[in-house]
Design a protein around this ligand. Structure first.
Ligand SMILES: [Fe+2]
Length: 260
């Protein structure tokens, strides 16, 4: 039985000084690992709401994207995409709730309710968080990177133009996501791609620029012509948001080398 909440540690509520049950530790550890893998500054920590009795995940409001009239990405496309995102938030809450009462005595690595919940938790939570990064870095108008961000991109890819060519090529290579992140361990920008929300996220790399290449992101506007969508994404990329995330993670690195 959970005791009355007395304090907060990090993003999580605990009962009293260290009085967290083994089951709660398991849940917390899984959620924390997911957040660390995808989040940090840019994860926009509002996704975790520790208030007692409240659902832990709340969908963020990106309705302003339809009002901004993105060039080449229609309001109807964004509206449908936002419904998908809200579904991930809803499932994240459902899984979080079920993990509180899951039968841990039947734990099994081939099949068990606990295994399934932990696996799908990473899919649902990452599905929500990556979409928040994605919607969050839309809304610019034919911008370009500047300052430290531009310098970091040029150091890694040679020039902004070469970086954009790489980004679009990566967008054609993956089935789900392309992510440009800051590797807090190595201290440089890195790129990674995902076919699923919960596969192939390198540790210690915090997303800065997130590109959704699932067909649902562009099918309404472009059918199967992903190339035109990638051009539209580039035109609507909000470099100020990416720069803000970059500054944030460099100022408060969430994942230094903690393996020592
Ligand atoms: Fe999506």
């Amino acid at each position: 039985m959970r005791k009355k909440t007395s304090e907060l540690i990090g993003n999580y509520e605990v009962t009293d000084a260290g009085a967290v049950t083994r089951r709660e530790m398991l849940v917390m550890g899984a959620v924390a690992a997911t957040a660390a893998a995808v989040g940090g500054i840019g994860a926009q920590a509002a996704v975790i709401n520790p208030a007692p009795g409240a659902e832990p995940y709340a969908a963020k409001d990106f309705s302003d994207l339809t009002a901004k009239k993105l060039e080449g990405i229609s309001a109807g496309q964004i509206e449908q995409h936002l419904k998908l995102y809200q579904g991930y938030v809803k499932k994240s809450n459902e899984i979080y709730s079920k993990l509180k009462d899951v039968d841990i005595t039947s734990a099994n690595a081939t099949y068990s309710p606990l295994r399934e919940l932990l696996m799908e938790q990473s899919y649902a939570v990452n599905g929500a968080v990556y979409h928040e990064f994605y919607f969050g870095n839309l809304g610019g108008k034919d911008g370009e990177p500047s300052g430290e961000l531009r310098a970091a991109l040029e150091e890694r890819w040679g020039s902004t133009s070469k970086f954009m060519d790489f980004l679009k090529a990566a967008g054609k290579s993956m089935r789900g996501w392309v992510i440009i992140g800051y590797n807090t361990r190595a201290g440089h920008l890195d790129a990674f791609g995902l076919d699923f929300h919960n596969m192939w996220s390198p540790a210690n790399t915090v997303p800065l620029l997130v590109l959704d290449v699932y067909e649902h992101a562009y099918m309404i506007d472009y059918g199967i012509d992903r190339g035109k969508y990638l051009d539209a994404f580039a035109r609507n990329l909000d470099w100020d948001v990416v720069a803000k995330r970059f500054t944030g993670i460099k100022t408060h690195p969430s994942g230094p080398d903690t393996t020592a």
